[in-house]
Design a protein around this ligand. Structure first.
Ligand SMILES: Cc1cc2nc3c(=O)[nH]c(=O)nc-3n(C[C@H](O)[C@H](O)[C@H](O)COP(=O)(O)OP(=O)(O)OC[C@H]3O[C@@H](n4cnc5c(N)ncnc54)[C@H](O)[C@@H]3O)c2cc1C
Length: 481
């Protein structure tokens, strides 16, 4: 029997991380090709399986892997929970897959600075559970429905999620990052760039370099540790739920509620399926669930009362606290239901401002998609900070290509059609209409790059070249080579 030859860097990598943390088995390499958030299998021209998978155990090991890769011009792709939707956790040219999930410790809860330091491969689930035991929570509590995402992946994508209306994107919750640059050098941002500092704060000490690594899809460095701001768990919550007879009225209410600044989290349903979930309001085409929290019961209640008044002024019908709680508290479950249905595509109008989304055609979208896929539900998350909205249109692409929401991934032709439609759709929204894309990765690169001012693209290229001379890290994303 012929013995399989190892990948040329196998031994050198095994010397760094240990043989038990490296594999070039075909099975393991192919098994790592995937992104839970989108079907982008290897037949897509955008991605290919790695040649070798490495699971580092420490920052020092990541640094040594990067030095080796830089010396040998070997492509490296970083992966966390592999759910980023843009497929950025998948290599575009083989090489090393740096799987961060073994670096998963909650390192320190620093009550002086009110931050938690975690290793980048720590899942939201693990971090929040450990924090909760001590009475703390983070601001944004990670992506909806996806607690298995890793903190490093969410930083790299600047994800949004639970409680984003109040606390902003994950990036805004970052206090400091430890990053291994593509050269192998290790840096810390913010006050932690001061080697003598014993507190953690994002700003001071010069430019805000954490921003380079939030939303950069991993092209500028490997995040190995992150400090996120923490808060005492707010004990008082209040919820509301309102049904609306027109999409315009609902979006107007949402806009005014967001503008008040009181909303902690919220979620809406729009479209015909609303009536399936809320048969008690037969004419409803939209329902909003709103959540408010605070450390004082009176303040939580007052925030709710102000927003209730706004919803009523916009013609909302009050469906009561209980339903509001069911919608907002179950937001994770709802969102993952929408996203994970096989073949569903989390397409969106936006992220954009709420009023822009309304003007830019939420209504037309709903009507169009429902003509083709009558069961479809649109989910406007009130995810982004005040006055913004992220409208997920599950099944949208399937509806657009005329499959009525039915999609089977075994049908190669249908898959190809899906990729084309998906690409054109993103292109139209970003380049054509001016929506801005998050979760970029490979999937969104073409649209985002086409929308950039060329000078901006050149600026990022120059930055990349300066810190990644052989352009080894996360090749393909943002077309920086
Ligand atoms: C059901 C479901 C619901 C979701 N809901 C949301 C949502 O509400 N909001 C939202 O924003 N997203 C959502 N997502 C997308 C995704 O879960 C998040 O964006 C998540 O933050 C990605 O984290 P990850 O660890 O899975 O990243 P991965 O997919 O592993 O990686 C994402 C990108 O980050 C890079 N990367 C990973 N780790 C590092 C690191 N340590 N250093 C540098 N770069 C790194 C990768 O190379 C890749 O480019 C959802 C996905 C699913 C499947």
């Amino acid at each position: 029997m012929k013995v399989k030859e190892h990948y040329p860097l196998y031994q050198a990598l095994a010397n760094i991380v240990g043989t038990e943390h490296v594999t070039d088995d075909d099975f393991a390499c192919w098994a790592t090709i995937g992104d839970l958030g989108i079907e982008l299998p290897p037949e897509s021209h955008l991605v290919s399986p790695p040649d070798i998978v490495v699971r580092p155990q420490s920052t020092e090991q990541v640094s040594r892997v990067m030095r080796l890769a830089q010396r040998t011009s070997t492509p490296v792709t970083v992966a966390g929970g592999k759910s980023g939707v843009g497929g950025g956790c998948m290599p575009s040219e083989g090489g090393i897959l740096l799987d961060m999930l073994d670096m998963n410790e909650v390192l320190e809860v620093d009550e002086d600075s009110m931050v938690v330091w975690v290793q980048a491969g720590c899942t939201w689930s693990k971090m929040l559970t450990e924090l909760e035991r001590k009475g703390f929570t983070t601001g944004c509590m990670g992506p909806h429905g996806n607690m298995s995402a890793a903190v490093g992946g969410s930083v790299a994508l600047n994800s949004f999620g639970v409680n984003t209306p109040k606390y902003g994107h994950v990036g805004e919750c970052v206090a400091s990052l430890e990053v291994v640059l593509p050269t192998g050098d290790v840096i810390r941002t913010g006050t932690r760039s001061n080697q003598a500092a014993n507190f953690t704060y994002r700003y001071l000490q010069g430019p805000d370099m954490a921003g380079l690594f939030t939303g950069g899809s991993g092209v500028f460095g490997v995040v190995t540790e992150a400090a996120l701001r923490i808060y005492d768990i707010p004990i008082h919550t209040a919820f509301s739920c309102f049904a609306f007879k027109s999409i315009e009225a609902m979006m107007e209410a949402l806009y005014r509620v967001q503008r008040s600044g009181y909303l902690t989290d919220g979620m809406g349903l729009v479209g015909g399926a609303t009536q399936r979930y809320f048969p008690q309001v037969p004419e409803a085409v939209g329902v909003l669930g709103l959540g408010f929290d605070d450390y004082d019961e009176r303040i939580a209640r007052a925030q709710k009362d102000i927003c209730d008044r706004i919803a009523l002024e916009c013609g909302g019908e009050d469906l009561g606290q209980e339903l509001g709680e069911a919608i907002v508290a179950n937001k994770w479950g709802l969102a993952s239901n929408m996203n994970l249905g096989f073949g569903n595509s989390p397409q969106m109008v936006g992220p954009s401002t709420t009023m822009n989304a309304l003007r830019g055609g939420v209504k037309a979208f709903v009507e169009h998609a429902e003509r083709h896929a009558p069961d479809m539900t649109v989910v406007p998350h009130t995810d982004l900070p005040a006055c913004q909205v992220y409208v997920l249109i599950s099944n949208q692409v399937m509806a657009l290509i005329g499959h009525g929401g039915q999609f089977t991934s075994w049908d190669r032709e249908m898959r190809q059609k899906w990729y084309r439609e998906d690409r054109d759709f993103l292109y139209r929204r970003v380049k054509g209409i001016g929506d801005s894309l998050d979760l970029v990765g490979h999937r969104g690169t073409e649209a985002v790059v086409a929308s950039w001012n060329p000078a901006y693209h050149e600026f990022l290229r120059a930055l990349k070249k300066a810190i990644d001379p052989n352009m080894i890290l996360n090749r393909g994303i943002f077309n920086l080579t």
